[in-house]
Design a protein around this ligand. Structure first.
Ligand SMILES: [Mg+2]
Length: 438
């Protein structure tokens, strides 16, 4: 196909920003090794559940060298790395360390984005003259992480004019690397990367790019943007901007980065079914998500519950794989955040979905989130509703405060009394997570 040239007069200016990306290396495993010196220097796997079919969510640097990978089961990891040590993840511990690291980063700039539990973007524009000065400041932060938080913690740092290039730079040398990408060395960095290193490009897209004569990222960078957009739409535009150091997304500060939804999920073991604890587990997930939502000052208009059945038609593979059987939602007449409304709705949805079958997956999600408004209501029914609602909200917040101080087990509702270790606190590591104790 003859190449058509588009947008020759399109004006897009390269970014003049100073963006840094800090990525903690082998984070959960390093924190575990920091906390327990006996684990240091050993091949360590941190797993979702300490069970042969539990999934590895982090591997120590020593374990990675021997081929242990995130996503393996404990059984597979043990076969790959004989003699490896495994520990169950401890979400509260990782959040506590992350809070300390991020508070050091906030001393560098007012714009710190908590991108995930172990990654942050910093907009250093205006705070430092150039990348060299920024790298000096970040090297000092790295030394402070080592001296003040833990000498076993390592991080890699990238500095560049855009978020994409800063993240690419921090990935460039691990562990403990510091890489600067600027317009002068951009091509020499891109030449070492593959087309698939850009988010959104896999085998199929690579073949389409190759048909256009684009074999390398340098060729894509120098390709007319209009032609890329003609072939790939907005994706083509974003790829081209990324490679040409043009910024199209801002560093989002923590206080403005409000989630669109909040929820929790759990793979339910057979034992929990046998003991009739499935509904109490759902209550625990609902209460935990509700507590997080209240701490962010948000209310939900919609609750969605999903239940996966072990023998359902969508079952694939082994028992522990989460399979969504069916889901239902309730839309509240007014946005709510109190435990009573949320637990009542979750329980009702579960009863509507459940058919006495064995459950292997549960999830609860609150969405259409909003901040409370101070609307004035006039009629008596509305005032009475407000009073009841107000008491419920105050009771829920009081319970949150007591749990924060004395632990999550001190206040539970009804059947949750029967729960023991089911649905432990877990960590989400690819999303912006609240760092407060859950
Ligand atoms: Mg990391």
């Amino acid at each position: 196909m003859a190449a058509r040239r588009y947008g020759a007069d399109m004006i897009l200016a390269p970014s003049n920003k100073l963006i840094a990306h800090l990525d903690m290396n082998s984070y959960f495993a390093s924190v575990e090794q920091q906390a327990n010196p006996a684990l240091r220097g050993k091949a360590l796997g941190v797993c979702a559940y300490l069970h042969e079919s539990g999934c590895i969510i982090a591997a120590s640097i020593e374990a990675k060298k021997q081929g242990m990978k995130v996503g393996m089961t404990v059984r597979e990891a043990r076969l790959q790395v004989p003699g490896a040590v495994f520990v169950e993840n401890d979400a509260a511990k990782y959040r506590a360390v992350t809070s300390k690291v991020f508070s050091l980063l906030r001393e560098l700039t007012d714009k710190v984005e908590h991108y995930s539990i172990d990654e942050a973007f910093l907009d250093l524009t205006g705070w430092y003259r150039d990348a060299a000065e920024a790298s000096w400041a970040l090297t000092r932060v790295r030394a402070r992480i080592k001296n003040e938080i833990g000498d076993w913690l390592r991080c890699s740092i990238g500095i560049a004019p855009t978020r994409f290039l800063a993240k690419t730079a921090s990935d460039f040398k691990k562990p403990n690397g510091l890489t600067i990408i600027d317009r002068e060395n951009l091509d020499s960095i891109l030449v070492q990367l593959q087309l698939e290193d850009i988010c959104g490009i896999a085998k199929k897209t690579r073949r389409r790019l190759e048909r256009l004569g684009i074999m390398t990222l340098i060729q894509m960078k120098n390709h007319p943007i209009g032609n890329l957009m003609h072939e790939f739409g907005m994706n083509g535009y974003f790829w081209w901007c990324k490679l040409n150091a043009i910024e199209f997304e801002d560093v989002v500060m923590a206080e403005t980065a409000m989630p669109k939804s909040i929820g929790h999920s759990y793979c339910v073991p057979k034992q929990t079914n046998r003991e009739g604890k499935v509904l109490p587990v759902l209550m625990r997930l609902t209460e935990r998500a509700g507590s997080r939502m209240r701490k962010l000052g948000l209310r939900a208009s919609l609750i969605y519950v999903s239940v996966g059945f072990a023998n359902g038609p969508e079952k694939r593979g082994s028992f522990w794989q989460p399979q969504v059987g069916s889901g239902l939602h309730i839309r509240f007449p007014e946005p709510v955040d109190d435990s009573f409304s949320l637990l009542g709705a979750a329980s009702q949805l579960f009863q509507d979905i459940w058919t006495n079958e064995q459950v292997n997956f549960l999830s609860v999600t609150f969405s259409d989130l909003s901040s409370p408004t101070n609307q004035i209501r006039f009629n008596d029914a509305a005032i009475s509703y407000c009073n009841t609602q107000e008491r419920r909200i105050r009771a829920s917040r009081a319970a949150d405060a007591i749990r924060d101080r004395y632990g999550s087990a001190v206040i539970v509702y009804g059947d949750m009394m029967r729960l023991n270790k089911e649905a432990p606190d877990r960590i989400g590591f690819r999303k912006v997570e609240g760092l407060e104790m859950q």
